[in-house]
Structure formats: C-alpha cells, structure tokens
Design a protein. Structure first.
Length: 187
C-alpha cells in the first residue's frame, strides 16, 4: 500500500514537471501571429513629426542655425507616446505650393539607427516622451524658398514602414537671426 502511494506521488510529480516544462516559450500556446498581435498593442502604431517643434536650430553657442531639429513622437494604438526601435530616415525637400504632393526636389537625406540603448539615450527625451534629432544642414546652401518639407520614415524590426511629414516655414528666420545677433551684441 505504501509503495502504491509513493508510485502515485512520483507519477503526480512527473506530470507536474512535464506540464511546467511544456509551458515554456515553445509551449506558450501562442502562434507567431498571435505573439505579433500581442506585441502590436504596445508598439508604435504611427509616428508624427511635431511641426511647431521641428525647426531650424543652432547646435553650438552661436545663434546661427546649423540645421534642423526634428521632433518626432511615436504613438501606440491607444494614442500614448512610446519608444521605437529600428531605423529612421529623414528626407528634406523643396516645397511645391498648391500641389497634391508638396515635396519638390530632394535636398538632403539622413539615416539614423534606433537599434541600441545608446541610440535611445542619444535621441529620446525623457521629459517630453519624444525623440529629438539634430539634422546637420548648411542652411546657406539650401535652395531659395521660404518653405521646405521634412519627411520622416520609420522602419521597424519587421521592416514595416510608417511615415509623416511637416512643412517647415523659414520666412521669419532671417529677421529672427538678425534680432538675436543684435541682442547678443548689445550684451
């Protein structure tokens, strides 16, 4: 009788061990597509270039712009800001007024990785929950025009793409720089 109880306990223990072992990553019960669907609920659903914050910027101590600071927010399906991983390409175009596609001639392209912890530290702003990219461009050699189009294209690890664009208006830039230079000289 006692041997039978020991055999029952051994069988029970063996079945528990086997069932726990089967519940690991391979035996989770989710298909690859179901796993992808679960992850998609917390991953970026869209990206947005924040137009008012995406503008010419000085990256050193002077007031003369060295390029564009592109501010981008990624949002999940609930509309909440989220981080992204993959790569992002920015393309700067001349502006075509009154056109269905406002992008004219391409001026410059930047490709930036968002693949490592260092990349995240470089571009992620913990306060605003947005990415900030410093895009070096010589504004003096840009074609004449007051408006430009900046396109952001994000590619995730599955090589799916999202994009957004913003129109950048430089019409007040010359007078703004003049005012800043005058203010700096007055100090």
């Amino acid at each position: 009788m006692r041997a039978a109880k020991i055999v029952q306990k051994v069988i029970l223990l063996a079945s528990i061990v086997l069932s726990v072992g089967c519940a690991g990553p391979q035996g989770s019960g989710y298909t690859v597509e179901e796993r992808r669907q679960l992850l998609s609920s917390i991953m970026a659903d869209k990206i947005e270039l924040v137009g008012p914050l995406t503008q010419p910027a000085s990256f050193d101590d002077d007031v003369i712009p060295d390029g564009l600071e592109a501010v981008l927010v990624a949002r999940d399906k609930q509309g909440e800001p989220t981080k992204i991983s993959g790569r992002i390409v920015f393309e700067l175009y001349a502006h075509r007024p009154a056109a269905a596609d406002p992008r004219g001639a391409q001026i410059q392209t930047w490709e930036l990785p968002l693949a490592s912890d260092k990349d995240q530290e470089t571009y992620w702003n913990h306060t605003t929950l947005m990415y900030e990219f410093k895009l070096q461009v010589d504004l003096a050699v840009m074609p004449k025009g007051r408006k430009f189009v900046l396109l952001a294209r994000y590619s995730d690890p599955w090589n799916e793409h999202m994009e957004d664009q913003a129109i950048i208006d430089l019409s007040g830039l010359a007078s703004e720089i003049r005012d800043q230079v005058r203010g700096a000289r007055a100090e």
